[in-house]
Design a protein. Structure first.
Length: 229
């Protein structure tokens, strides 16, 4: 079974790549049917995606999975390991990427479980070229945004690490909505010292307002938050 070709036979170049960075967009493809796998490789490569094809999930899991941005496209029903089992294994290994399942037939229960494990698209054969490429582009964009969020979180953690103990105390009190005078009473310091700490915290965290600081505190890992005891 091969994917249906789209009705519109425009140029082979993928317009999704225009206006984006020059970095390649990767597709990890797992399909045990040779003809379909070859057809999908050709279709994706014609649209400028870099394809990493595998005939089974085991070979995929044994490979180096570090390309980014990337999307995983996998058949649901395969020998030895089905798509749900593959997705669960990836989560156990701490490897996540947007996942597209392709299947000849799937139950509602399978679809729901796949979505709960992180899949964002379920394509039933036969599918059109247009629907396939749209799903891949959406997945790539999701991965790009996820990487950006991860990079931003790491940057914030590095900034927080520059705060000394007293500045970190002030940070959390500000995040809880404490006023300058409330911080004075809570920490037993003078008002000028409080204002100085507050200024240093905002400068070190590269923010200009308390609302930005509060937004950062909501995304800080729990291990960095003070104990409520």
């Amino acid at each position: 079974m091969t994917p249906e070709s789209s009705e519109k036979k425009g140029g082979d170049h993928d317009p999704f790549a225009e206006g984006h960075s020059a970095e390649p967009h990767h597709v990890y493809l797992i399909e045990d049917h040779d003809d379909l796998r070859i057809g999908l490789i050709k279709m994706l490569e014609k649209s400028d995606f870099m394809v990493h094809p595998f005939s089974n999930p085991i070979d995929f899991l044994n490979s180096k999975i570090d390309a980014s941005p990337a999307v995983l496209m996998t058949d649901m029903r395969m020998p030895k390991m089905n798509g749900i089992e593959l997705q669960a294994t990836l989560l156990e290994l701490g490897k996540t990427m947007p996942t597209i399942f392709i299947s000849g037939e799937s139950t509602v229960a399978q679809s729901v479980k796949a979505m709960k494990l992180g899949a964002f698209e379920f394509l039933t054969k036969p599918f059109t070229q247009k629907s396939l490429l749209a799903a891949v582009r959406k997945g790539i964009e999701m991965d790009i945004q996820a990487r950006k969020s991860c990079d931003l979180a790491l940057h914030r953690e590095k900034l927080l690490a520059t705060l000394n103990r007293r500045e970190l105390e002030v940070f959390w009190l500000l995040a809880k909505g404490f006023s300058n005078h409330e911080i004075v009473r809570e920490m037993g310091i003078s008002l000028p010292t409080t204002k100085q700490y507050k200024s240093q915290v905002l400068r070190k965290l590269e923010v200009s307002s308390i609302s930005e600081l509060i937004a950062i505190s909501g995304r800080v890992p729990n291990l960095l938050a003070p104990s409520e005891s």
